[in-house]
Design a protein around this ligand. Structure first.
Ligand code: NAP
Length: 362
């Protein structure tokens, strides 16, 4: 109830109108304190600029949402991106079409995905820092580039395969299992590798969802006693814990490791809005079982972009992986779409449709 009331406050943003004559932006109005609030976001309309020599004009179709964006707004993201402050356009990756090009390597009509920021147009030099990639020409919707076939997909793949060393028959515990990264990891681990996946999510609907997307059992962390449920579902311990939430859940899994277990530190969303950081008291539990706890940052894995995207697209086509994207309609909805992540309102990858699918693309 509290979540629904909190999210309803973001509906005031729905009143903004957009057309194709201006570039609309969401900027930081103030630093968020705790969860994001409607007053943290500022709506702007500016001119659409013409690209100069060596530049392109990009028109946004979809934008992806990620918990790290709240940290961009708070100035606390430790990602190597420039620190943002009030008045800056919020960082975010999106799917866009090149509508004008004066760049030798990029053609009008091409669809790309990369750092668009929260705006409906962008003039870009297509620098390496913006991490633009061409969308592959296949039968899959362009929308997938904002998540499943984008940084969310690469995060799930890198975390599971490059860091988790999953093996057939592993008992894996996965927190944030109904979210963007989580809903991909559960299906890849269960359907591609053959792990037995115990998922954690908030609420009965999400627990039903994760059982339909790779998990053999579900822990409703909002209603269950997590420790008791883990003892019941993993009586002989855990081979692999994929951590999206950090905090007490990570602590509970550390207490239940099998020999040579692996913990993948993907994210710690339960800690992002805390004033006082959670201090993990039991990391030394790794010693007794010769276990490994390994973090990763998706941008350190860009070298495998094309092969990972081809592999994920193949799993979608052969049915091993059902892509789940939760799409808010309209650029106006961006603040609410970000809040959804912190209120747990999203299922699968949270995205926003700015213009829907392009009519055609090169
Ligand atoms: N290492 C990297 O390079 C990398 C890359 C991408 C993402 N990440 C991290 O991976 C995690 C998942 O990202 P995502 O983009 O896929 O987001 P997401 O899981 O789609 O969305 C966040 C979900 O987290 C859950 N949640 C929110 N507050 C929570 C809390 N206090 N305790 C437990 N769960 C909470 C909610 O689900 P419930 O309703 O189930 O609570 C919510 O739907 C995040 O921590 C993110 O920062 C890391």
């Amino acid at each position: 109830m509290r979540a629904a009331a909190g999210l309803a406050a973001f509906d005031t943003h729905a009143g903004h109108a957009i057309d194709d004559d201006a570039n609309y932006q969401w900027r930081i109005a103030q630093r968020p304190e705790g969860n994001v609030r409607p007053g943290d976001f500022e709506w702007h309309a500016t001119d659409i600029l013409d690209p100069g020599e060596g530049e392109v004009l990009l028109r946004t179709h979809y934008l992806g949402l990620a918990p790290v964006m709240r940290m961009y707004m708070a100035g606390t993201a430790n990602t190597g991106d420039a620190t943002l402050g009030p008045g800056d356009v919020i960082h975010g990756r999106g799917v866009a079409q090149i509508v004008k090009s004066r760049h030798p390597d990029w053609r009008e009509g091409e669809m790309v995905q990369g750092q668009m920021g929260w705006q409906t147009y962008k003039v870009s030099r297509m620098t390496p820092q913006e991490k633009f990639f061409r969308m592959p020409k296949n039968s899959l919707p362009a929308a997938l580039g904002a998540g499943v076939l984008g940084m969310t997909g690469l995060s799930a793949h890198a975390g599971l395969f490059a860091c988790g060393d999953p093996k057939e028959g592993d008992l894996m515990v996965l927190s944030g299992a109904a979210g963007g990264v989580g809903s991909m990891v559960s299906q890849m681990a269960a359907n591609v590798v053959g792990c037995d996946v115990v998922g954690m999510a908030g609420g009965p609907e999400k627990c039903t969802f994760i059982r339909e997307h790779g998990c053999s059992a579900a822990v409703d962390y909002k209603a269950d006693d997590i420790e008791a449920r883990l003892d019941e579902l993993c009586p002989d311990g855990i081979d692999l814990y994929f951590d999206n939430v950090g905090g007490e859940t990570l602590q509970a899994c550390l207490e239940r490791l099998r020999m040579h277990a692996r913990i993948v530190l993907c994210g710690s969303i339960s800690e992002y809005t805390r004033d006082v950081p959670f201090r993990l008291p039991n990391y030394t539990r790794l010693r007794a079982t010769d276990s490994v706890m390994r973090g990763f940052f998706v941008y350190n894995h860009l070298g495998r972009w094309r092969s990972v995207m081809d592999e994920i697209a193949g799993w979608i086509v052969d049915g091993s992986l059902k892509p789940v994207q939760d799409i808010e309609e309209g650029f106006q909805s961006m603040p609410r779409a970000l809040a959804n992540l912190y209120y747990g309102a999203n299922v699968g990858v949270q995205c926003c449709s700015v213009r829907g699918e392009p009519e055609e693309w090169l």
